[in-house]
Design a protein around this ligand. Sequence first.
Ligand SMILES: [Mn+2]
Length: 194
Amino acid sequence: MREASVERNTKETQIKLKLNLDGTGLSDITTGVGFFDHMLDGFTRHGLFDLALRVSGDLQVDDHHTIEDTGIVLGTAIAETAGDKKGIRRYGSCILPMDEALVLCAVDLSGRPYLSFDGAFTADKIGDMASEMVREFFYAVSYSAKMNLHLKVLTPGNNHHVAEAMFKSFAKALDMAVSYDSRITDVLSTKGTL
Ligand SMILES: [Mn+2]
């Protein structure tokens, strides 16, 4: 089992996260932001990870620190669980529909952080979450997991659908990238390391 527990405490947020890459989609998530919980629940179930997460953040300010710091901690846990990346596919992608919305996600566990985020929301908030925090979350994940992460909205639509399709397509792309291929006996890189 590839599991990691990460704890991060600052004056702005206190976060405890446990990630199992080889899970079955079990989620136990409380961040204080209901829509964000819903997104992370979808990520966990559709990536077939197990994720336990408790976040106590300064929501009296806004949802920024809570969501950004959760991204940092999740990215850290992804990097830890992926380990030396021996035998895994490294690349993963998914084009995921959610009714009218269609979203592409591609990841490379390259050891280099990069985010390409091509999508926009037409409302400032989705439920109790600021729409602009969707990008901030994925930026934090990509940076702390040191992965290339491309998200592209191919067909826009309802804001809830677009955000949810982003989290689910990311889950499925990541699940593919961390999965083992028996033909890959070492690290899938001409450099010999990732
Ligand atoms: Mn939904």
